[in-house]
Ligand binder design. Structure first.
Ligand code: 5GP
Length: 138
């Protein structure tokens, strides 16, 4: 059952703010407020679905298309050594917000990842990072 008041549903409706990097008719991408590394972005399909299994084929296509596009921009903006893309289904898998999303997490060889959803980043830093990604999107 989809909870229409989960935090990402509220961001999608514009009821809560986010550091947006990209939006189109089907998807929204913004900075994770507790980034595991610098440049950590979340990509959401707008379609209401808690887990990947419930997502329509069209929304899944839109989500992966945007994920690839944003991942390229994150790579260009931050020049990480690698880049992980993840998507969790269910609390047992580590999902904490019940609206489908893809994590784009730059990986730096000299820096360990911060914990999952554990360390809030300074909003001014998130804004700078979002601006770098927006610039890389062109
Ligand atoms: P999940 O655990 O569901 O895969 O990932 C949820 C992610 O959302 C976590 O990485 C967490 O840091 C992030 N997050 C939680 N609340 C908010 C919020 O209000 N705004 C933003 N931008 N990210 C959030």
């Amino acid at each position: 059952m989809y909870d229409p008041n989960n935090i990402f549903a509220r961001i999608l409706r514009g009821e809560l703010p986010c550091h947006k990097v990209y939006e189109d008719a089907d998807t929204l991408a913004f900075m994770d407020i507790m980034p595991q590394s610098d440049g950590h972005v979340l990509v959401l399909p707008k379609e209401p679905a808690a887990e990947l299994f419930e997502l329509s084929e069209g929304a899944a296509q839109a989500a992966i298309r945007t994920t690839q596009r944003i991942a390229r921009a994150v790579r260009d903006a931050f020049e990480p050594d690698g880049l992980s893309i993840g998507q969790f289904n269910g609390a047992a898998a580590g999902q904490t917000v019940p609206h489908v999303h893809f994590h784009i997490v730059p990986r730096y060889a000299d820096r360990p990842l911060r914990g999952h959803a554990s360390e809030p980043q300074d909003p001014a830093v998130l804004q700078q990072h979002a601006a770098r990604i927006v610039a890389a999107l062109g």
